[in-house]
Design a protein around this ligand. Structure first.
Ligand code: P6P
Length: 285
């Protein structure tokens, strides 16, 4: 049953990749529920995933960054729910930087503990897809077909520091943490696209990606259900860790233990190799 979902996502990816090559990057008058401006291709990508998924018997419902509410099928025998960000990073697509789609497959309920598989598609020089279940499988689309090119794993310690958020709005402890990694020789790799930035960590053995609580975004910016939970699942399956939430003095929590109150809720988040996540835990204790 999961195969039919992955197959639908792979077919959608090919369609969206060809859309992106058509350079349709005009902004619409609309904004989505989290206040992001919408490109025409954002809405088209959303419709492609929505149609492809809702026609599957396995699907009970979906929710999308571009939809105000979750959509549940009437009289469905399906048990799977898919939460997706149809085109993440569309603000950088006009600069011809890589962007992506993110998805999480939930069993019966949209909550972290019911996440059974997740992944992303990256629209870059190559069209690629990563799917995590028991392991993290890496696929490339070439010569008209998807090919499994291996699995992605994280070293216990990496070399990349990928710090998100407006730096002047970082807390002092966050500034000290990020600076301390650079002083240890970590390399700055940050494009402003969550998918390519996290894919880079997964391909290059690890490090730290952070989007913390900031004075202008106390709950962070990235959305739990269709961005953070899927990547937390991927990073844990790749041998790393993912922590976040609001540090109420007791420190940060494992992301996949967190509960959310609304489908568009954002969370402060940290994804990385074990050594770097340990440094975050100490900094935020
Ligand atoms: P900032 C893109 O708009 C996005 O949602 C993620 O893809 C990315 O990680 C983040 O925002 C970048 O945000 O505030 O660093 O520009």
């Amino acid at each position: 049953m999961l195969y039919s979902i992955i197959d639908a996502l792979q077919k959608s990816a090919i369609h969206i990749d060809s859309l992106l090559k058509k350079c349709k990057f005009e902004y619409l008058d609309s904004i989505n529920i989290t206040g992001d401006n919408q490109l025409g291709v954002d809405v088209e990508a959303n419709n492609i995933f929505k149609e492809a998924l809702l026609e599957l018997d396995a699907i009970k419902g979906i929710c999308s960054e571009e939809e105000n509410e979750a959509i549940y099928k009437k009289d469905s025998n399906g048990v799977y729910l898919v939460a997706f960000d149809p085109l993440d990073g569309s603000s950088i697509v006009s600069s011809n930087l890589s962007v992506g789609s993110i998805f999480g497959i939930y069993n019966e309920e949209f909550c972290a503990k019911n996440l059974i598989a997740s992944g992303y598609i990256i629209y870059g020089p190559r069209l690629e897809m990563v799917v995590a279940q028991d392991s993290v499988n890496h696929y490339v689309y070439s010569d008209g077909g998807w090919r499994n090119i291996g699995s992605l794993t994280l070293n216990d310690k990496g070399k990349i520091n990928s710090p998100g958020g407006t730096q002047k709005n970082w807390s002092t402890k966050h500034k000290i943490l990020i600076e301390s990694l650079f002083l240890e020789g970590y390399r700055l790799r940050y494009s402003g696209g969550m998918v390519p930035d996290l894919h880079n960590l997964l391909c290059k053995g690890g490090g730290l990606f952070s989007y913390p609580s900031t004075s202008d975004a106390p709950n962070g910016k990235l959305r739990a259900l269709f961005e953070i939970f899927p990547f937390a699942f991927i990073f844990e399956k790749a041998g790393g860790e993912a922590i976040g939430g609001i540090s109420d003095g007791s420190g940060l929590s494992r992301i996949l233990d967190l509960k959310i109150d609304s489908i568009h809720q954002s969370l402060p988040c940290f994804f990385g190799s074990k050594y770097e996540i340990e440094r975050v835990k100490l900094a935020y204790k």
